[in-house]
Each structure stands twice: as structure tokens, then as C-alpha cells.
Write a protein that binds this ligand. Structure first.
Ligand code: ZN
Ligand code: ZN
Length: 348
């Protein structure tokens, strides 16, 4: 690829990213993040996610031993009001003022009772248990007639706005498709119609041949730094066959996914020897009752750190006003992630 400024096309979203490899060495006098080096306790009596503790509104968590799922006490989406059946507000549509009501549900999934164990620190069976919990919760939400899409995601670390260090994730299920899914559905649908093959499987073939952005590959999943990555150490985990949802995965695929999640998150923590912040989420096909042969289940990891545990990439100025821009090439980022120990730095 180029070592001079160039732009790359994201075939999945139809957007461009500007790559400026020569800028990686510029001096940094900007914001330095605080690192959270304090050791967390196994149990925190003040944490609203720990077993047995009180949450907002006076509810008490059960003494859970595996994962724990509950309705978000501060949900951003609300289900239909049973007392107002048929009385939902109508869409507002004048040419320049368009608004439609959105229905939905928000749930929280705690990974384990342990306040201090993040994904890479869990054993593979415990990560499988988290994936199985996401799968069941997604399928449960997708089965509701007012739900058409389920977003599973984890915000990890204060740098990503995570409000509680107890390892947890969220599901937001809603009645209409969010922007990212609308873009990816259009690209994958158009590609299947033209090439009679899913876009992401043809993309994976290219990455498997080239190897330079590939991080980990098992029988059922691959992890790679996408050709069109925006965040410095962005990673995508992609299934090896057409799969519309987590519920399409076989038990062997769930085990394979758990193993590759452990590899990716361990590499992240080992990069700067810090609990690596990120936003991670699965992209499943719309839960609209239609077949989705164009779709290949995948997860995106968007981590903000750039050059150290304390210097992050900001999406400001040009990124807000023009287009995303990155300072290190995806190939250089993949080289660095591949070179790391497979053993978590806290367990060495
Ligand atoms: Zn806790
Ligand atoms: Zn996606």
C-alpha cells in the first residue's frame, strides 16, 4: 500500500477514510489520559452491578454466579405502553422536518459476579457463557413484534464513557434500523445481488491471501485490522460463513468466537500493558423476520488509544467536519498487535 497520504474506501459502509502515515511521528503536547492503575476488588459494596447490591429504585441484584441480565434502570428506549394501545404518536413528516416514534428495550449483561475480571481475564468457558447470554437475550428481544434490530455492545474503560468498571455490556433493541446497519445492509445487499456471494466472505478471502492485516484465524472466525480501519487499533472479528445473527452459531462456533475474543482482548491489554478501553459491538442482520443471505455476523472493536496508555486519538476538527483520518496504517497496527505475547500481562 502507499506510504504517502491516500484515502481508502470502506466497502461495508460506503464511506472513505484519509490515511496519513507520515504523521505518526509528530510531537504530542495534547491531552494525556489518566491510567487507572488501582487494583479493583473482587467485590465492591458500592457497585450497583455486584451480586446482592442495591440498584437505582431500590431493586436488589440476586446473588448471581454466572452472567446476570436485567432491564436497564435508565433505558434510552421504551416499549409500547400497554395502557395506550393504538395510541402511539404519529410520524411528523414535512419535507424538512421528519421525526418518527421509536420503540425499544435496553438490557444490561454483567459478564460475571467478579467486579475485577474483564473479558481477556476470563477463562474461555466463561467467555462462551457471556456469548450464549448475548445470544439468548438477542433472540428474546428479536422475537418481540415491535423489535426489528438488536445491538449488543460493550463500552470498556472511562476513556469510552463507561460509567461503572464492573465488566458488563448492553443490548439496545429497537423498532427501526440504526444508521450503521442501514449502510451495511445496503452495501451487502447490493454486493450479493451483483456477485452472488456475500461481501464479507469475498473480503475475508482477500485478507486470508494477503495476511498483512490478519491477526488471528481459527476454523470458524478471523480477526483482522480492516483495510478501511478508522481507529488506530481497530479490529473486526468475522464469521467464516453467512450468519444473520448470534443465534445462527453452532456450539463449535461459539467456542471458536470465545477463543478469538480472548486473543483480541489479550493483545489489546498487552499493547500498552493497561486495561485497553474500547467500544465493541456485534452487527447482526435486521430482526425483521426476513432471510438475510447477504449478511455475515461480525463484531467491531473501536479502541481510542493511539501511541501509549495515555495518548488517545481524537475524532475532532477535520474528522468532525470532513472525514475520518488516521496516522498509522492498518498494516502497521496489525504488525504491532501480531507481535505481542498471547499471555495476558497480568498473568505472566
Ligand atoms: Zn461490581
Ligand atoms: Zn458492521
Amino acid at each position: 500500500m502507499f506510504d504517502t497520504p491516500h484515502r481508502r474506501f470502506n466497502s461495508l459502509t460506503g464511506e472513505w477514510v484519509l490515511v496519513s502515515p507520515h504523521r505518526a511521528k509528530r510531537p504530542w503536547q495534547g491531552q494525556v489520559e489518566k491510567t487507572l492503575s488501582e487494583k479493583l476488588p473482587h467485590y465492591d459494596p458500592g457497585c450497583y452491578l455486584c451480586p446482592g447490591n442495591e440498584r437505582a429504585g431500590g431493586l436488589h441484584n440476586p446473588a448471581y454466579e454466572g452472567t446476570f441480565v436485567f432491564d436497564n434502570d435508565f433505558a434510552s428506549l421504551l416499549p409500547p405502553d400497554p395502557d395506550q394501545a393504538g395510541a402511539q404518536p404519529a410520524a411528523v413528516e414535512s419535507p424538512l422536518l421528519v421525526a418518527t416514534p421509536e420503540l425499544g428495550l435496553c438490557r444490561v449483561v454483567c459478564f460475571s459476579p467478579r467486579h475485577d475480571l474483564t473479558l481477556p481475564e476470563l477463562e474461555i468457558p466463561a467467555i462462551e457463557n457471556v456469548i450464549t447470554t448475548w445470544t439468548r437475550a438477542s433472540a428474546d428481544l428479536a422475537s418481540m413484534d415491535f423489535i426489528n434490530y438488536v445491538q449488543v455492545f460493550e463500552n470498556k474503560g472511562a476513556a469510552m464513557g463507561c460509567s461503572n468498571p464492573h465488566p458488563h455490556s448492553q443490548l439496545w433493541a429497537q423498532s427501526q434500523l440504526p444508521n450503521e446497519i442501514t449502510k451495511e445492509l445496503a452495501s451487502q445487499g447490493a454486493y450479493l445481488a451483483t456477485h452472488a456471494r456475500p461481501l464479507l466472505l469475498d473480503y475475508l478471502d482477500q485478507e486470508h491471501k494477503r495476511q498483512d492485516r490478519l491477526l488471528f484465524r481459527s476454523e470458524h472466525f478471523s480477526a483482522l485490522v480492516p483495510f478501511w480501519a478508522v481507529w488506530p487499533f481497530e479490529v473486526m472479528v468475522v464469521a467464516h460463513r453467512p450468519t444473520a445473527a448470534l443465534s445462527d452459531l453452532t456450539p463449535a462456533e461459539v467456542t471458536s468466537l470465545a477463543a478469538i475474543f480472548k486473543q483480541v482482548t489479550t493483545a489489546y491489554d498487552n499493547l500498552f500493558e493497561v486495561s485497553f478501553p474500547y467500544s465493541m459491538g456485534f452487527h447482526q442482520a435486521p430482526a425483521d423476520g426476513q432471510p438475510h443471505p447477504e449478511w455475515v455476523l461480525h463484531a467491531h472493536f473501536y479502541p481510542p488509544l493511539l501511541r501509549s496508555a495515555t495518548v488517545r486519538k481524537f475524532m475532532v476538527g477535520y474528522e468532525m467536519l470532513a472525514m475520518p483520518q488516521r496516522d498509522i496504517t492498518p498494516e502497521a497496527a496489525a504488525d504491532r498487535l501480531r507481535a505481542l505475547s498471547p499471555v495476558h500481562y497480568k498473568q505472566r
